[in-house]
Design a protein around this ligand. Structure first.
Ligand SMILES: Cc1cc2nc3c(=O)[nH]c(=O)nc-3n(C[C@H](O)[C@H](O)[C@H](O)COP(=O)(O)O)c2cc1C
Length: 226
């Protein structure tokens, strides 16, 4: 079996390992809009790779009866280019949003609303969705797609950030972006331009990143008595 793990000349394992390590949360904030540069083609490339994430179950039929986005995949991606980000920022500012979200929509080259598709429940549920194995696996699959996306962005030198969404989770925003209310936001994924040469932006990372602890604190080999 060891041969299964030996280096494959057709794949660059070192590159994959490095990109995993390099991926980090990066937020780029500004008070004023940055120029709108069209990166749709590049973002489309990232999306293709994200779509190869594993998924265990088809989305419930209730999510498939639509003309657009009829896939059985348990996630949906709604992509906003730089122009759409700036217009969404203006919309949020008009509503008095003073959070970081409008400041990031001022700089983002793109933002993707990633949703997952919960199985509808026949019984009343407390909380966002019925907490069963099928829904857990839908979330897991959608999360794998997001990680694919972040790694693909990192490999291309695109700074990225997985946000819980804040105001972008609201029913009003879903309606504005044409996202069905039956879907649940897994994250708002921001892609930012290189801004090293600008002094009118603020770049932030997170404190949790360096608090993972050593591998021995979260992984161990398991013995089985034979
Ligand atoms: C599901 C999910 C939601 C997240 N939401 C937020 C968020 O709303 N705000 C934030 O600052 N970071 C958010 N993060 C990013 C984490 O804070 C970040 O991954 C963590 O601090 C580790 O840092 P690193 O990504 O640089 O390794 C989120 C991450 C995940 C997986």
């Amino acid at each position: 079996m060891a041969s299964d793990l030996s280096p494959n000349p057709a794949s660059d394992a070192t590159t994959v390992d490095r990109v995993q390590l390099e991926r980090r949360t990066t937020k780029v904030l500004a008070e004023d809009d940055l120029p709108e540069i069209d990166h749709r083609a590049q973002i489309d490339d990232l999306i293709v790779g994200a779509g190869w994430a594993p998924f265990h179950r088809a989305a419930h039929q209730a999510h498939l009866d639509r003309d657009d986005l009829p896939s059985i995949l348990p996630w949906r991606f709604y992509m906003l280019d730089a122009g759409a980000c700036r217009r969404l920022r203006a919309f949020l500012l008009e509503r008095g949003d003073v959070t970081k979200i409008p400041k990031m929509l001022a700089t983002a080259d793109a933002m993707i609303q990633v949703t997952w598709l919960p199985n509808p429940s026949t019984e009343p549920v407390s909380g966002l969705f019925k907490a069963d194995l099928a829904n857990m696996e839908h979330i897991a699959a959608a999360s794998a797609a997001v990680q694919n996306l972040l790694l693909a962005a990192t490999a291309r030198g695109i700074a990225n950030y997985w946000s819980s969404g804040g105001a972008l989770r609201s029913p009003e925003l879903f309606e504005k972006l044409g996202i069905p209310a039956s879907e649940i936001l897994l994250g708002s994924i921001f892609f930012f331009p290189q801004t090293a040469d600008r002094d009118d932006v603020e770049v932030r990372h997170t404190k949790l990143r360096d608090q993972r602890g050593p591998i021995e604190h979260w992984a161990r080999w398991v013995d089985v008595d034979g």
